[in-house]
Write a protein that binds this ligand. Sequence first.
Ligand code: SF4
Length: 525
Amino acid sequence: MSEHEHTKTDGLPSDLVAPAPVLLERARPRNERMAAHKIECNACPVLCQISEGKSGACDRYANQGGRLVRLDPVVMLRRTLATDEPALVPFLARGADEPFLPAPVPQDEVFVTGIGSSTTYPDYKPAPFIVASQVRGVDMVTVVTEGIFSYCSLKVKIDTDRWLGPEQANVRCQGEVVGHVTTAEYGSQMLSLGGVHHLTGGSKKEGRVTMQTMQALGNKQAVEVTIDGGARVVVQAGRAPVVNGVEEQRMRVGCGSATIGIFAKQFWGAADEVVVVDDHITGVLTEHQAGRCLDMRPSGLKIRGRKSTPGRYFQVAHPGTGWGGTDLSDPLAIVEGWDPELAWPGQRLLMTSTTGEHAAYFVLDDDLKPVPAPMPAALQQVVERIGENCEPALCTVLFLGGAGGSLRAGVTDNPVKLTQAIKRALVNVTIGGAPGYVWPGGGITVMADVARMPDNAFGTVPTPAIVAPIEFSMRLADYQALGGHMGVVQPLADVLRTGAWHDDGAPQARQWVVPDAANTWPLLP
Ligand code: SF4
């Protein structure tokens, strides 16, 4: 069993320095009756006792020949990777001197992520990787760890007008409640999935299914969820949502009122009236301010629903998966009639949805009844322009985790200093190398787009909790000032050769991954 003397004194006068505790890599067995061929993993509170040749409950650690080993590699970002360079390379035993790279890697070309890095549990240990490198001549340090998050959730944005379910409705996976519908946003329906309440506050099965759902979505896999009183949706980060078996194509160009405003000039002359059907705001051109500014003749059309302001109507129908996120299959169902004082035979009416996927053209007969007619080419062009202005419908999955707790002790003996340094923008927080948005206020509540992270960045432990990578990058001088674990800072070259500071030639590997092209490089002074 390897041991490491804890020698750090934080610069205190020697008479104030207490005797340093010894950090054991693995604690003595809690259970004296533990079979001799088993070893205990203490990388999380589950404390698996693992038999020779077997892996622990999370499948990340195993007992190989009486030695606790990590099965998956540490993921390291590399700006570019030559095709002939192996992506996966085992770490060397400490002291080994064989060359491990065809050529030295420039220090600002590599970033060590928390994926596969292991944890600080039981919390007083320094983070597994505290990596020193020089970037543009500045001494930098990155503290790298895997967080075990009970307080975490996924915020899922689903680009669709279709109604997925009532706000606050339960979202289920395999019959278990794993989250809820939250406030709709412009052109998107939003879900909040996971969270401590479902992970640990319900039944064991609810916690397990919640954890598996979060892991799968975080790892960019497809998951089918059902919404109480609503739709069945297949969600996958970076892919189109599938609502009740139908793949969504377009995200609306805007609400009905916005669509009227944007295209008013293009409608002008081609139609006498245009209705853009929308579950949120249905727009009526000649009554809308856009039509009035174009001096359009009032059509006399009367629309059902609650009038908000001129030419803008709420609640024209029930929400659904038909025209413009309503339950309409026949748009004329929202037409109450025409004012005979204002309307005229031959009036040309276009009705369209906010995506242009649904559109119909009518001409009023002598009784002021709408008669379907072939769409004139000029109007067809505008409908197509509406479609052209819709972006592809996608699902976006953001991971949101609370890192303000114990994992901070892996960074510094004085955790509040890390929080304060982040708030002062001295520390760049990344999640698997992807940019993290740290919420204002207390703690380190950090959010990242899983699509910008390497694949399979999330794991689980059966407490149940999500295992997610996190990295804190800063200038070395700032790290020292916040009470960092300076005694275990490793040069990048050593990290590339032999892995974490506490591993003594553990048979783990490192894996090069080229980061998402949209990410800023995480390590900049
Ligand atoms: S579940 Fe926890 S204790 Fe068990 S192998 Fe995984 S990290 Fe180790």
